[in-house]
Design a protein around this ligand. Sequence first.
Ligand SMILES: NC(=O)c1ccc[n+]([C@@H]2O[C@H](COP(=O)([O-])OP(=O)(O)OC[C@H]3O[C@@H](n4cnc5c(N)ncnc54)[C@H](O)[C@@H]3O)[C@@H](O)[C@H]2O)c1
Length: 108
Amino acid sequence: MKRIVFTGGTGKAGRHVVPYLQGKGYQILNVDLKPLDLPGVNTLVTDLTDSGATFNALTTHFGFDGFEAGRPAQAPDAVVHFAAIPRVLIEPDNVTFAANVVSTYNVI
Ligand SMILES: NC(=O)c1ccc[n+]([C@@H]2O[C@H](COP(=O)([O-])OP(=O)(O)OC[C@H]3O[C@@H](n4cnc5c(N)ncnc54)[C@H](O)[C@@H]3O)[C@@H](O)[C@H]2O)c1
């Protein structure tokens, strides 16, 4: 089963794409500031403007079964990066810049 780290999966676009990918058989870890209420998909509440938190989020187990396997977390097969502030005038510009530019740098 391929494993995808999906950022911003709780948002307007992500909350449609995550169940679609899940239905195609992918295992997904949602990484977002807010939880997604979707059985089978864990949300790791993460601020992606924090580089250390981003590094940990992209290198962790997807759920408790990963710990029970007794092995280190495997690298994800793919990252889908939707987390963002989707336009100006939602948050102050410096917050939008950090969410959209610094976060993307950290994910890359
Ligand atoms: N909604 C659309 O129709 C549409 C169309 C084209 C492109 N997009 C693009 O898709 C992306 C997502 O858009 P959306 O409409 O789903 O936005 P949204 O605001 O509904 O969702 C964005 C998600 O990102 C999360 N997020 C924001 N900052 C974060 C941070 N620092 N760390 C972790 N998570 C963070 C939010 O909590 C939220 O769940 C944007 O880049 C947008 O430009 C959206």
